[in-house]
Design a protein around this ligand. Structure first.
Ligand code: GLP
Length: 241
């Protein structure tokens, strides 16, 4: 595991942004896994700036989103599919047919999970961007999720429901109580993971993720077992290391 600590958030964003742009420029069909949440937004701005400056093109990129709310259509303004569109995809030249996501509004969610897992197997993810949730989750793998799990529906923990208020929901009652997510096993199939964390509130979590026991009680600890992972932290997120 490589751990990088950056003096300023913008340096972290530029490092991860340029790392992935470099990869995209040098591969004919790059497959990138995208995360929602506030942490990667600076990286997405870096992508947009570099696309606008004609320093990178996303035309050959295949994208896979990590997770979604159950019960929201992809076009719902609070869906993670909409968030990715608004924050990144609608501002770059990625082809719509290359954007892949779990659809939380499907009648048969088991079938939807199997469809997505097979699609990822057919298009192995080269670089997966990850953040860490306030209960240690990755994607929407809440504590207790199997470490080798495939895509599945989850009951969101209260902490995750409350954190969703940061993503534009006006009332807690509006937040879906279930999510659908790439499993920990799905995430571990990516060839490389880039885990990002920022801010004091993530410092304890980062310490446990890197040095704690690898356990399904703290899903992000699984990254210790991945052969190719870069953890990118700002100073405050690294303050407990
Ligand atoms: C959310 C998402 C995750 C995200 C994490 C951290 O609930 N399901 O994919 O990585 O929690 O979010 P943030 O970056 O806003 O702290």
């Amino acid at each position: 595991m490589k751990i990088l600590v950056f003096e300023k958030e913008e340096y972290l964003d530029a490092y991860v942004g340029e790392y992935i742009c470099h990869f995209i420029r040098n591969h004919s069909q790059p497959v990138i896994g995208f995360a929602t949440g506030s942490t990667p937004l600076g990286v997405y701005r870096y992508f947009i700036d570099n696309y606008q400056a004609q320093k990178v093109s996303f035309r050959q990129v295949k994208a896979f989103n990590l997770d979604e709310y159950v019960g929201l259509t992809p076009s719902h303004p609070r869906s993670f599919a909409s968030a990715m569109k608004n924050e990144l995809f609608s501002h770059i030249d990625i082809l719509p047919e290359n954007i892949n996501a779990l659809d939380g509004s499907k009648e048969d969610m088991i079938q939807e999970c199997q469809r997505y897992e097979s699609l990822i197997d057919a298009n192995p993810i080269d670089i997966q961007i990850l953040g860490i949730g306030m209960d240690g989750h990755i994607a929407y793998n809440e504590p207790g999720s199997p470490l080798d799990g495939a895509c599945h529906v989850v009951d969101l923990h209260q902490e995750s429901i409350e954190s969703s208020l940061d993503y534009g929901f006006d009332h807690i009652e509006d937040v879906p109580t279930q999510g659908v997510t790439q499993g920990i096993g799905t995430i571990m199939k990516a060839k490389q993971l880039i885990m990002m964390a920022k801010g004091e509130k993530k410092a304890d979590l980062v310490k446990r993720m890197i040095y704690g026991e690898v356990t399904s009680d703290f899903p992000s600890s699984i990254i210790q077992r991945h052969p190719n992972v870069i953890v990118c932290l700002d100073r405050s997120a690294a303050s407990q290391l």
